[in-house]
Design a binder for this molecule. Structure first.
Ligand SMILES: NC(=O)c1ccc[n+]([C@@H]2O[C@H](COP(=O)([O-])OP(=O)(O)OC[C@H]3O[C@@H](n4cnc5c(N)ncnc54)[C@H](OP(=O)(O)O)[C@@H]3O)[C@@H](O)[C@H]2O)c1
Length: 456
């Protein structure tokens, strides 16, 4: 029998599902991987570390297999200049920003962390030490989760150890298989579990069956859907259980930024969401989502104007948009229409919401030969960077919220997992189904993500 009270990742075999599983494991949250195909799920737990390792630069791989042992990795965790060059990895190991400019202080900080790192029963009695080790309260009861936490910080500047640590964690996840057209199997997979994160697209097929199975079992639901029509259906669903659709890069992030810029107000005249992506290497799932949406719309385009979604056949308009540096002035498609035009008006009284996309990224997406993303760092992220520039216009006043980060697929994982943690610990502002900006304290949520955020 499978363990209960885990977070179930439906669609765990996908590119985004894997990031979500690793984010859960990094936070020491007991995890079940789920999907339609039992053999690919089982194979995944054995193979998942391999593609990442082979994709990483040679000079960063350690020379021997002993690196796979977590204890040895801790011994070897002296801070290298390479780690100091990467603020995000430093953030992840909870180093005070002050230390980043000071290699000596940085080494001492790590030395202190190391001293404290072996998780023992004594450490469990010390909430401050647990905080420092980034252990979720739930993990305190779970020796396996504590083991996992002890491995991860050490591995941050040790790529092979990191892969090894994750591989071991993947070995430990529970597995549940259920097709979306088999409600009984979905019920068996979700009964007694803590939450479900749906990463299986196309969401036109998966969102409602998975959401309804979660609701039947009284389990909170989060998905990463970027298909507007699926977002409309899930946001309008009368589920009594809490659910947060589109809690990912598209749909969730801009909704949180808009809510943070509005700072409690719920009315605006116009909201613009400009996506500054220098490139976009889409996954197969992204391509399928685009095809499904295209078919669903009969080839038409969609916009949110005069307070509603409207389908149209106008040609795309290009214009210049000045993103914050380093991106600066870029050519964008003015009505690229992403999931934000559904999530934002679901709780903000606004007559026009527009998403704009850099022409370069849109061209990558449209080109069938653009390859899928390739991992370039220890966290499996691609080299893609992003700036999301949200401008809220009300009565002639512009408020602005900006987020900068790396890899639109990777950032979707902390968005979805942070949502689940907040749904489980009661940090919510709404009941039933709501978008991230309505369900959570947006500014506080954004602060918890591996992003640079500015709100003006
Ligand atoms: N909102 C956002 O910003 C955002 C971010 C990331 C991803 N997404 C969306 O998330 C979805 C997945 O993206 P991805 O990058 O992870 O794609 P991917 O790597 O191609 O993975 C697709 C996943 O969906 C599963 N799946 C496909 N059809 C299914 C069905 N009929 N029943 C059950 N499972 C099914 C696949 O399972 P098998 O292994 O069994 O084929 C696989 O796990 C896409 O729709 C994408 O648009 C949105």
């Amino acid at each position: 029998m499978n363990p209960v009270n885990t977070v179930v990742v439906y669609g765990a075999t996908g590119h985004t599902g894997r990031f979500v599983v690793e984010e859960l494991l990094r936070r020491a949250i007991p995890t079940t991987i789920a999907g339609r195909n039992p053999s690919t799920l089982t194979a995944l737990t054995r193979q998942v570390a391999l593609p990442r390792r082979t994709a990483l630069p040679d000079q960063l791989a350690l020379p021997d297999q002993a690196a796979m042992d977590g204890t040895q990795a801790w011994d070897r965790a002296a801070i290298t200049p390479a780690a100091v060059d990467d603020p995000r990895t430093l953030d992840r190991v909870a180093i005070a920003p002050a230390a980043v400019d000071d290699p000596g202080a940085l080494d001492r900080a790590f030395a202190r962390e190391w001293d404290r790192a072996a998780i023992t029963p004594a450490a469990v009695d010390d909430p401050r030490a647990l905080d420092r080790a980034a252990i979720a309260p739930a993990a305190v009861d779970d020796p396996r989760a504590l083991d996992q936490v002890a491995i991860v910080p050490a591995a941050v500047d040790d790529r092979r150890a990191l892969d090894g640590a994750f591989a071991r964690q993947w070995d430990r996840v529970a597995i549940a298989s259920a097709a979306v057209d088999d409600p009984g199997a979905l019920d068996r997979a979700f009964a007694g579990q803590a939450a479900v994160i749906n990463c299986a697209g196309p969401f036109a097929l998966t969102a409602i069956p998975v959401l309804e199975a979660a609701a039947r079992n009284g389990v909170p639901y989060v998905d990463v859907a970027a298909e507007l029509e699926a977002n409309v259906t899930t946001l309008g669903h009368p589920s009594a259980s809490r659910a947060v659709p589109a809690c990912a890069f598209f749909g969730g992030l801009a909704d949180l930024l808009a809510a943070a810029a509005l700072d409690g107000d719920t009315k605006a005249d116009r909201i613009e969401v400009a996506y500054g992506l220098p490139s976009w290497h889409p996954t197969p799932g992204t391509r399928v989502a685009g095809e499904v949406s295209h078919e669903r719309r009969g080839g038409r385009r969609v916009r949110f104007t005069d307070g509603q979604l409207r389908y149209h056949q106008d040609a795309p308009v290009h214009l210049d948009w000045t993103f914050p540096e380093p991106l600066g002035r870029r050519r964008v498609i003015a009505e690229f229409s992403m999931a934000d035009i559904v999530t934002i008006p679901s709780h903000i009284d606004v007559s026009e919401v527009r998403s704009l996309m850099t022409v370069d990224a849109a061209a990558d997406l449209a080109d069938p030969n653009t390859p899928a993303p390739v991992a370039v760092d220890a966290l499996g992220r691609s080299e893609q960077t992003f700036v999301v520039d949200v401008r809220v216009h009300t009565g002639g006043v512009e408020r602005r919220a900006i987020a900068r980060g790396q890899d639109i697929y990777a950032i979707s994982a902390p968005l979805a997992v942070e949502a689940v943690q907040r749904l489980l610990d009661g940090r919510t502002r709404s009941t039933g189904v709501a978008s991230a900006g309505a369900m959570f304290d947006a500014a506080d949520f954004l602060n918890a993500l591996p992003l640079e955020v500015e709100v003006h």
